[in-house]
Design a protein around this ligand. Structure first.
Ligand code: ATP
Ligand code: MG
Length: 561
């Protein structure tokens, strides 16, 4: 099969559709998508999928993608969120150029359209309370009943709607509803509310409005105004599509095609702004940007690269049915990217002192360490080496099993980039805890070769005692201990599934000095230990705090070989 044919086969159902629309000359062959977050929280990995899809399709089909803040509910929305959204979309690597819009940009037009519907006898002012409306709505198997206000004369509707606009009625006392069909099998078509009274200032429009359009009355029309061709959204909006279509048809405006796909779900993770807000408010995490959170801000702070997230979204693809993706796939994409781009450094999480008894007392030398074996252009850096070093306690066993190739008494190992050493004495404190290893080095083994060509099986990392930098290291585990955090026994909620050990702090790790130059949030590999990055905490006090981005072991790659 030729390569273009192969690619053809791999087009998902949305791209297939976009492609055929373009080929048939629909919308004059234009492709225009949008990413429409509501600024009521921070973006999460699920949003990243939607961003990659919308901006990706625009890019692939020579089209455009808008950023639209869907700000129709001033009660939950904040400027803080709107700003973070923009920063996150940019960080992920996408550009809306000058096309940033707000649903609130269209409030005048939406109001005029509401008036148009009233004038056409297609909308009415209803005095039912939300509770009464619910009782009138019927169920999936029973039709609803008409509101007693449904047949209000057009003039009266216009007058009441105007009074709603002027703020003459209290919140919830009246609504404007579309007059569609209370017997429709689709509950969304049973005279849906299109305007609500909310006496609340809006971040963009101030105190101008006392009435705000519903999501359904704003979304499709905003798409239409922007000339969107394909309005891609998640499955829960499938049953809203008839309403989306109804508004476009009855207003006689440009009619974008809504297409639904399955939202991204990840095991061991909650992916809902509402639930994440609770974690933040209850202090279960340190904030929206806690490195354990699946928010883009949290992932960024943890050291995720934008590329790893884009790769993940591409690998996951788009589906028509709900499914759950394994978090290991996300970590696999992260490791894959970090392996290629992350500089290597030396560090030990649990330092154990080593004294090289035959090394000159005052001598300090520089050994060359490879910055990234995957990237020949990354070069080397000097790392200082002296008589006093630290290795990781994990890399020593006093009484090792047969196949143990790291340090033990009498066994020669290689210190990465430096010399072969052999432990000759183990020093312990009064409780029997090992406090120091006395070793001898082979001066001829620098860089890992000896004149006699002998080989050692173990290579371990180390740091130089006099120049190493102490740091705090934060090791993260999954935030939830259950694959499906929402599945709870005995009546609790998802917070009952929080993993009490999701954060482990190590107070006394040591890293080579050059780690201090890495810059916040820029991931690097501590050789043999894992990937890490500098956390902004500690910047002010001058302390070094590291987040573990991800451990080395890739269980996903192993299982899927
Ligand atoms: P949440 O349920 O977390 O509050 P939301 O859907 O209410 O998310 P919006 O701000 O309305 O958040 O979403 C903006 C866009 O991102 C929408 O088009 C929505 O369909 C999409 N989106 C949200 N969550 C996901 C997800 N988990 N997977 C894919 N797309 C998503
Ligand atoms: Mg929402």
């Amino acid at each position: 099969m030729s390569e273009p044919e192969q690619q053809e086969q791999h087009l998902d159902f949305i791209r297939t559709r976009v492609k055929s629309d373009q080929a048939s000359g629909k919308n004059d062959g234009r492709v225009h998508t949008r990413f429409p977050p509501e600024p009521n929280g921070y973006l999460h990995l699920g949003h990243a999928k939607s961003i990659c899809l919308n901006f990706g399709i625009a890019r692939e089909f020579g089209g455009l993608c808008n950023l639209r803040l869907d700000d129709t509910n001033p009660v939950a929305e904040k400027t803080e969120y709107a700003e973070a959204i923009q920063s996150d979309v940019r960080w992920l690597g996408f550009d809306w150029e000058e096309r940033i819009f707000h649903a609130s940009d269209y409030f005048d037009q939406l109001h005029a359209w509401a008036v148009q519907l009233i004038e056409g006898g297609k909308a009415f002012v209803c005095d039912l309370t939300f509770e009464e409306m619910r009782q009138h709505r019927g169920t999936l198997i029973e039709p609803g009943t008409n509101s007693p206000y449904r047949d209000r004369p057009i003039e009266e509707n216009l007058e009441l709607f105007e009074k709603m606009r002027l703020g003459e009625f209290s919140d919830g006392s009246k609504t404007l509803r579309a007059k569609i069909d209370m017997a429709s099998p689709n509950l969304n078509m049973r005279d849906p509310v299109i305007y609500r009274i909310i006496h609340q200032d809006h971040p963009k429009t101030g105190d101008k409005w006392k009435i705000y359009p519903s999501y359904d009355f704003a979304h499709g029309q905003s798409d239409s105004l922007e000339g969107i061709t394909h309005s891609i959204c998640t499955l829960e909006f499938e049953h809203h599509r008839p309403l989306y279509d109804w508004f476009c048809q009855n207003l006689g405006i440009h009619h974008p095609q809504q297409i639904e796909f399955a939202r991204l779900n990840l095991n061991y993770t909650v992916m809902s702004k509402r639930k994440m807000l609770r974690l933040v408010q209850e202090g279960q995490v340190k904030g929206w940007d806690d490195p354990r959170m699946p928010t883009l801000q949290g992932m960024r702070r943890r050291g995720y690269t934008p590329k790893s997230i884009r790769d993940f979204c591409e690998k996951v693809g788009v589906a028509k049915r709900d499914n759950v993706i394994e978090v290991e796939l996300l970590e696999h994409c992260l490791r894959h990217d970090l392996n290629l781009c992350a500089p290597r450094r030396l560090g030990v999480l649990d330092p154990l002192k080593v004294t090289i008894i035959n090394y000159p007392d005052e001598q300090v030398e520089q050994v060359d360490a490879v910055n990234n074996p995957e990237d020949p252009d990354a070069g080397t850096r000097p790392v200082s080496f002296s008589k006093h070093l630290y290795v990781d306690r994990n890399d020593f066993m006093e009484d090792p099993p047969k196949k143990y190739f790291r340090m033990s008494p009498g066994r020669e190992v290689r210190l990465k980039y430096a010399y072969y050493i052999t432990c000759s004495e183990v020093i312990k404190d009064a409780e029997g805890k090992i406090t120091e290893l006395i070793c001898e080095y082979d001066p001829e083994s620098r860089g890992g070769d000896t004149p006699d060509g002998r080989k050692v099986k173990g290579t371990i990392q180390w740091v130089d005692a006099s120049s190493a930098k102490p740091c705090e290291v934060r090791l993260y585990d999954r935030l939830f201990k259950a694959p499906d955090p929402d599945k709870v026994e005995d009546g609790g909620d998802f917070t009952g599934n929080l993993n009490p050990d999701s954060l482990q702090t190590i107070g006394s790790a040591l890293v080579e000095k050059s780690v201090t130059d890495m810059g916040t949030g820029k991931p690097f590999q501590l050789e043999r230990v894992g990937y890490f990055c500098i956390d902004p905490d500690g910047q002010e006090s001058g302390n070094l705090v590291l987040n573990r981005t991800v451990a080395m072991r890739d269980s996903w790659a192993k299982a899927n070989k």
